[in-house]
Design a protein around this ligand. Sequence first.
Ligand code: IMP
Length: 426
Amino acid sequence: MPATVVVGTQWGDEGKGRFTDLLAKDMDLVVRYQGGHNAGHRIVVGGEAFSLQLVPSGVLYPHTIPVIGNGVVVDPTVLVAECEALEARGVDTSRLVVSGNAHLIMPYHYELDRATERSLGKNKLGTTKRGIGPAYADKAARIGLRIQDLLDPKIFRQKLDVVLREKNAVLAKVFNRLALDGEEIAQLYLGEIAPRVAPMIADTVTLIHDALDAGKQVMLEGAQATFLDLDHGTYPYVTSSNPTAGGACVGSGIGPREITRVVGIAKAYVTRVGAGPFPSEVDGAIADQLVERGHEYGTNTGRRRRPGWLDLVMLRHAVRLNSVSEIALTKLDVLSSLSALRLCVAYEADGERLDKVPYHQSVLHRVRPIYEELAGWSEDLTGVTSVERLPRAAREYIARIEQAVGVPVTFAAVGPDRDQYVSFAA
Ligand code: IMP
């Protein structure tokens, strides 16, 4: 059976969690393929909010197997804490499996993330300070520790000894920070954490392939988003993994021919956290309205997100980069009561009109958005569940998006709850 990828098409926080949750209803396996607990997927079920960082959204359905794939970086202390918190609220996490090849986030990764951000000063990236970048850097440098190392204390200690010598030297000599104690780390990871994580470790590649071979439904759940992608995002203001759909193959261990559906999640406007270019960014009263009505504060970090109008240039690019086959639009209700709406349809730079994202990022930093103005609507959408009951202006807004990006909008969310959405599917 084919696999479905769910991917963010903007700078993250599009509301992927609520759609992965919705789609998970029909899935047998839900697989996270990259990122770590820098993600914060918020799902509201019957008015009760769940914030998931590492555990795939499918955990909330008793019939899905949630899988943490090989491409994810895992702080096992966070994993254990998140499972305990879910269990305390009556959610069964016993089906959760974790790839033995997933890399571990270690205490020195946090130290290095924080120290690097501090030393970058005004050029800092605005990371989540969860050690994500340093963990992926070690993976690429081939000095990372993996989940499976938790099963072999001798190997774990050997690797830790070697790597900690280097990390402590950097922390002390470059950043003037205190050295970390290897024994303390080993005791925490091997003594307390390993026994809790060991039962979750599995050969996830075989599990996923067996499921596909048996005709089961597999969903690959992206975290962060297209323009935070290490290769295709606004580098260096990106995360250190590949959220784009190609990353779903690498981070789960399947080939591209298994994927037949790619759902691109797009917020009805755009937000971004952290630094980096943002052509359609707005400020003033409209910004305040989007932030307050849309509760645009980080699920994890509480940071205020930067808001802007929907950027169709970037959305078109995201559709190409990910082979998006349909778009699920989120937070349409937040736009209610704005008298006029804007869509960024192209950019202008150096007297020229640009219809595509410029490949030279210095240009992207100075482009000016070219907007098309559309009528707004005053109606509250939060109770709307059918296309016919959407105000005409809202339908026109959606139709203009479809026309600009060339793929259909199949869902529009009109509120945070699991059931607050409109389906356009025939
Ligand atoms: P890192 O992933 O913590 O290294 O942060 C790198 C960049 O990605 C920063 O600009 C973060 O704000 C951004 N980022 C990381 N995770 C998320 C997310 O889940 N939503 C939105 N932005 C994120």
